[in-house]
Design a protein around this ligand. Structure first.
Ligand SMILES: C[S@@+](CC[C@H](N)C(=O)[O-])C[C@H]1O[C@@H](n2cnc3c(N)ncnc32)[C@H](O)[C@@H]1O
Length: 547
């Protein structure tokens, strides 16, 4: 390979020379209207895809994981391998547990790999052309054809890398605004800690490593990494593979589509570990793909917030859009604010009310933790049944009146969140949970649901859930509308750099998706609240409470 060769062709040649098979494929620029998708995988002739026949394959020797980085640092004999070893030693000393083991450390080692390859590339260290024996893989120059065609800083469009205020302001009022700020600060802190050790990777002294370059490595990592560890150990003939995270040159150039026509597959053939194959078709029918067509894999059904944050793109009318909210424990309302607690005649003073709230909060948090429900709840888009009549079923008569907006787990978590100390939430000394005087047979979502449904005021609890959720949804909707104002002002402000039209369109599409979700949730919850407030069982319970 010569430096003047087209990087995409050089990459194909490097893959082939090192044992990958990609006969009918080529790497080309991909775009969807104004939205660039960067490099993609295209057919170079018409092909017939079969689910059982690999279209391309990558040998184990080309997989990039922590195992490779550690091996290069330990066994490599080149100058670059020695620099890598010094950097790895320093980095593991600079970071404290838990960052020096598990997935966090795997990520750090792969970021170091990318920066190692980058330093070698910009310092013009020559890439080797010979087919790699195992030693060559332990030298940074071996990976140059791969590092060279990775998208560079200006080609990655994730909000963490945006520098124009006009686009960043577009996230105001959405869940991403705080996430992007937090991620930027975390990356900066991490970079400062690692900087002296990263500089050891660079023969030129390290002035090429900036916070932005570190954020580039992080973005490249998250947008391409696959968690293959278990699959490799179980099916890929690599019982000793200790890494989970892998970068797979070739496979990681496949762009995403909800209508993917290919998928990656762990091969049983031990020399060709990862393959590309056709997605399953009806009756195993082969798939005819014309020449010069892009082949897509699926990154999964993810909401636009996730696609934008990790990949810098959004999908129009994405059915996987969701709303995330932290579990709204009622106790927090008065523990964290001046709000008056619900009156409880059985308790003597404010201190007793506070203690009761803290106890009940501790039991509820422990219960959700034992159920595996931590942190955030997810609200999906309601899926109304498609029927000939316009009439929806009476929500009070169906198992899930939220039409899929709340999963069984989220519905249970919400019900727990709105239980008050008066509802009787306790934990016995034996660690069993008691709700309204009934001990849970087992700490599972179905058992909790069954216990909640037996409460005499179950429907009142549900009304509380609708009311609390409606309040949150309205709050988020207001924040979104207010954010819209801030964004408009920033876009019109001549002082800030103009964002590209494609980026503005992307942010707009993201905001529209959030608005659609929130309005649908608001409409549904309003209807549920009205309907539940009319139920006899709810009316009589509430009037009894008043009396
Ligand atoms: C695994 S890489 C795919 C190869 C990548 N296009 C490249 O140039 O290296 C994932 C990245 O490709 C881009 N991408 C993938 N699918 C896309 C899509 N449907 N629309 C826009 N960009 C896409 C995003 O930048 C994403 O982070």
């Amino acid at each position: 390979m010569t430096r003047s060769q087209d990087p995409k062709q050089a990459f194909s040649a490097w893959l082939r020379a090192n044992g990958a098979h990609l006969d009918s494929l080529a790497f080309k620029q991909s775009a969807d209207g104004a939205q660039s998708r960067g490099t993609g995988v295209f057919t170079n002739s018409s092909v017939t895809l079969h689910e059982s026949i690999p279209l391309a394959s990558v040998p184990a020797t080309l997989l990039v994981s922590m195992d490779l980085v550690l091996q290069a640092a330990k066994e490599g004999t080149s100058d670059s391998a020695r620099r890598l070893a010094s950097c790895m030693n320093g980095a593991s000393r600079a970071l404290a547990a838990p960052q020096t083991s598990g997935p966090g450390w795997e990520r750090t080692t792969l970021l170091i790999f990318l920066l190692w390859g980058y330093a070698s590339l910009v310092r013009g260290e020559e890439a080797s052309t010979a087919c790699g024996d195992d030693k060559q893989r332990l030298d940074a120059t071996f990976w140059a054809p791969y590092i060279r065609i990775l998208p560079d800083i200006g080609e990655i469009d994730t909000p963490v890398l945006w520098t124009d205020n006009a686009a960043l302001a577009g996230l105001e009022g959405t869940e991403l605004a705080a996430g992007v700020k937090a991620k930027r600060s975390a990356l900066l802190r991490e970079f400062e800690k690692l900087r002296p050790h990263l500089n050891l990777l660079d023969a030129g002294g390290g002035d090429i490593f900036t916070p932005e370059r570190f954020a580039w490595a992080d973005a490249v990592f998250w947008s391409r990494v696959l968690g293959l560890g278990q699959a490799l150990r179980e099916f890929g003939g690599q019982p000793n593979a200790s890494s989970d995270y892998h970068l797979i040159p070739l496979v990681d150039f496949c762009n995403h589509s909800p209508d993917a026509n290919i998928r990656w597959h762990i091969s049983e053939d031990q020399s060709h570990v990862v393959e590309l194959r056709s997605t399953p078709t009806k009756g195993d029918a082969p798939l005819e793909v014309p020449a010069d067509s892009e082949l897509f894999i699926s990154y999964g059904d993810r909401p636009n917030a996730e696609f934008l944050f990790i990949h810098g793109f959004v999908l129009p009318d994405n059915p996987a859009n969701v709303l995330k909210l932290s579990v709204p424990f009622l106790e927090n309302r008065f523990l964290n604010s001046d709000e008056e607690p619900q009156e409880d005649p059985t308790l003597e003073d404010d201190d007793a009310v506070r203690t009761a709230a803290l106890n009940s909060l501790a039991v509820k948090t422990a219960l959700l933790k034992d159920l595996g429900i931590r942190g955030m709840l997810t609200l999906a888009q309601p899926q109304y049944p498609v029927s000939d009549s316009d009439e929806l079923p009476d929500p009070t008569t169906i198992v899930d009146p939220t039409f899929g907006m709340l999963s069984q787990r989220a519905a249970c978590a919400m019900a727990v969140a709105v239980l008050t100390p008066q509802d009787g939430v306790e934990r016995t000394e034996a660690g069993k949970y008691v709700i309204g005087g009934h001990e849970l047979r087992e700490t599972t979502v179905p058992a909790l649901r069954a216990a909640l449904e037996t409460l005499p005021h179950w429907e009142v609890l549900r009304l509380r859930v609708w009311a609390v959720l409606l309040e949150i949804v309205n709050y988020k909707l207001c924040a979104l509308y207010e954010g819209e104002e801030t964004w408009r002002e920033n876009r019109d402000d001549g002082a800030s750099a103009p964002a590209s039209a494609a980026r503005i369109a992307k942010v707009q599409m993201f905001r529209e998706g959030q608005k659609t979700m929130l309005l649908a949730a608001c409409q549904l919850l309003q209807g549920l609240q009205e309907r539940w407030a009319e139920l006899d069982v709810v009316c009589s319970f509430l009037s009894e409470m008043q009396n």
